[in-house]
Design a protein around this ligand. Structure first.
Ligand code: FE2
Length: 269
């Protein structure tokens, strides 16, 4: 068993260090900034000098929720998620954990944390929760990929080993019960690394008080051959890695294994 497997089994989360190249992170940031500028231009507003200023300017006219949606769609459209999953160390670790037939959740939503977010804004400053509550299957892995993370921005707070507590009773996006005593830990992660969680690992947002915005991509990955233990069948998943067997099935075209499906008649006796 490798250390990634050991840690996620023991704590319910782990970090794959230095598995994403800086170039891709810069491309994603540039893609976000360009989209913000495009939206500001549509509104006939001047763009500012950097991504954070463009974001705060656009937030005067659009709710944060919409901005997050718009930039998530743009990142997907520009194939930047495919690029992320083309990173060998990341994909090798995912294959080791849940096998080679992998797909990712296409309706992910970029998470922005800015200094103006208020504690009461539950959507942006989330209380302790399990992804399972919103339909993520037990068979899946949740990835938290920092895109713009600097010292002092904070990350996530996680309850160690809470994945072994089972499905925690909840209402209105917060737990109704927790253990009297538990150990929480602050996720230690840098740009270029990726955190992995189970669907049951309790975690919450740490508010970002830095002048720049924190940007992360939370995205679910699952093995499409595993039975769905959540609502995964209701979401859009895109296959991004295939086993030899899946590739062979795809090439054969159908489960009836039609003979000579794509071979010209004159070549068949
Ligand atoms: Fe979450």
């Amino acid at each position: 068993m490798n250390s990634t497997t050991e840690q996620i089994q023991k704590n319910g989360f782990t970090v794959i260090k230095n598995c994403i190249n800086n170039k891709i992170l810069s491309e994603i940031k540039a893609c976000i900034n360009n989209k913000l500028i495009e939206k500001l231009k549509d509104l006939k507003k001047k763009n500012k000098k950097d991504l954070t200023s463009n974001y705060f300017e656009l937030k005067k006219y659009f709710p944060q929720f919409n901005i997050q949606k718009i930039i998530s769609e743009e990142i997907l459209k520009k194939n930047l998620i495919d690029k992320l999953f083309n990173q060998k160390k990341l994909i090798d670790n995912l294959i080791y954990l849940i096998g080679p037939d992998l797909s990712y959740h296409m309706d992910f939503e970029v998470a922005i944390s800015d200094k103006k977010n208020k504690k009461e804004e539950y959507y942006f400053v989330k209380k302790y929760h399990q992804e399972f509550w919103s339909g993520m299957g037990l068979e899946s892995l949740m990835l938290w990929i920092p895109i713009n993370l600097k010292k002092g921005m904070g990350t996530l707070e996680i309850i160690k080993a809470s994945h072994e507590w089972g499905h925690i009773p909840h209402q209105n996006r917060e737990p109704l019960k927790l253990r009297k005593k538990f150990k929480s830990t602050i996720l230690k992660i840098d740009n270029g690394s990726v955190a992995l969680f189970t669907a049951l690992t309790l975690h919450r947002t740490i508010k970002n008080d830095h002048k720049e915005i924190r940007i992360a991509i939370p995205i679910t990955v699952r093995n499409f051959n595993y039975p769905n233990h959540g609502n995964s069948d209701l979401f859009n998943f895109k296959p991004m890695n295939m086993s030899f067997f899946t590739k062979m099935r795809k090439k054969l075209g159908n489960p009836h294994l039609s003979p000579f499906r794509t071979i010209p008649l004159e070549e068949i006796e």
